[in-house]
Design a protein around this ligand. Structure first.
Ligand code: G
Ligand code: G
Ligand code: MN
Ligand code: NA
Length: 254
């Protein structure tokens, strides 16, 4: 398709940027952000990731594009490290299954972290369940190797994929992310409330931090907090922000 050609062209031209959605503790402290990509198409304007990430995955463009995201994220972490207000922030980066499965992913990521000089413990890689279903041994090996240099892992969209509780014990995860589809109706749909409570207690009992995404109301936040959720992300706190706005958001709250 021509959108695919545009995607490749835009990769050369750097027509992408990252936005940053704050992640907030139960006491209201901003502890980090999720980086989310945006495409500024030369003719169409901003194209949302829901429209081009699937295309990038189908065509393999996600491999160089995903590396671009990781590079930008590490550059941003290096900038944050220079300011005491932002030096402790973590940055979560979405990594597609295809990208994570590349033979070079491990080496490229380690080189990137060492060349940018960032503290690897500030970087979190968000994987979805779909990244984890095949070749478990290879995935676990890669995750272990990245964990051993200090990089963290979050399991994104938890509960929406091919969940098997079996892999939870094999994967060296740090964080479970309650999918926003369960958060949305957590106060009105009893089964969503049950799932949210189950994910929180499961995650906690396995020693993971639990983060809820798509938190839009105080009621949702209170329910999740009362049930032990540690970290929150969603429009209640902020939509994803351009870097200048994000830095201002952090400065106002410290
Ligand atoms: O806010 P939002 O519209 O940004 O994100 C829509 C979807 O696109 C989400 O599922 C999100 O995980 C995905 N996405 C956003 N940024 C990235 C990225 O940098 N890499 C990958 N693989 N997916 C992303
Ligand atoms: O990576 P992931 O699939 O989790 O991407 C998160 C998506 O959720 C992004 O598209 C982001 O813009 C969106 N999002 C973030 N906060 C909220 C929220 O509070 N409500 C809704 N409806 N979407 C949100
Ligand atoms: Mn995510
Ligand atoms: Na998610």
């Amino acid at each position: 398709s021509s959108l695919e050609a545009d995607l490749r062209k835009s990769l050369d031209r750097d027509d992408f940027y990252l936005v940053y959605q704050p992640q907030v503790t139960s006491s209201g402290q901003v502890i980090g952000a999720e980086a989310l990509i945006r495409w500024l198409h030369p003719k169409l304007g901003v194209v949302p990731p829901g429209e081009f990430i699937p295309l990038a995955e189908r065509t393999g463009v996600i491999v160089p594009l995903g590396m671009w995201v990781l590079e930008r994220a590490c550059e941003q972490l290096a900038i944050w490290a220079q300011n005491p207000h932002t030096a402790k922030l973590t940055l979560s980066v979405n990594v597609s299954a295809l990208q994570f499965r590349q033979a070079g992913f491990l080496t490229d990521t380690k080189i990137l972290v060492s060349e940018t000089g960032v503290d690897p413990s500030r970087l979190k890689l968000e994987l979805t369940e779909s990244a984890l279903v095949k070749d478990m041994d290879d995935i676990v090996h890669k995750m272990d190797a990245l964990k051993s240099v200090g990089i963290g892992f979050s399991l994104d969209d938890f509960g929406t994929g091919y969940s098997s509780l079996n892999y939870l014990k094999r994967l060296p995860l740090d964080q479970l992310k309650i999918d926003q589809s369960f958060v949305r109706d957590v106060l009105t749909v009893p089964s969503d409330a049950s799932i949210a409570r189950m994910v929180i207690s499961l995650g906690k009992s396995m020693g993971f931090t639990v983060i809820a995404e798509g938190v839009e109301t105080q009621g949702q936040r209170e329910f999740l907090m009362q049930n032990g959720c540690h970290i929150f992300q969603g429009y209640l706190f902020s939509k994803p922000l351009q870097i200048t706005q994000f830095d201002a958001y952090v400065a106002e709250r410290t």
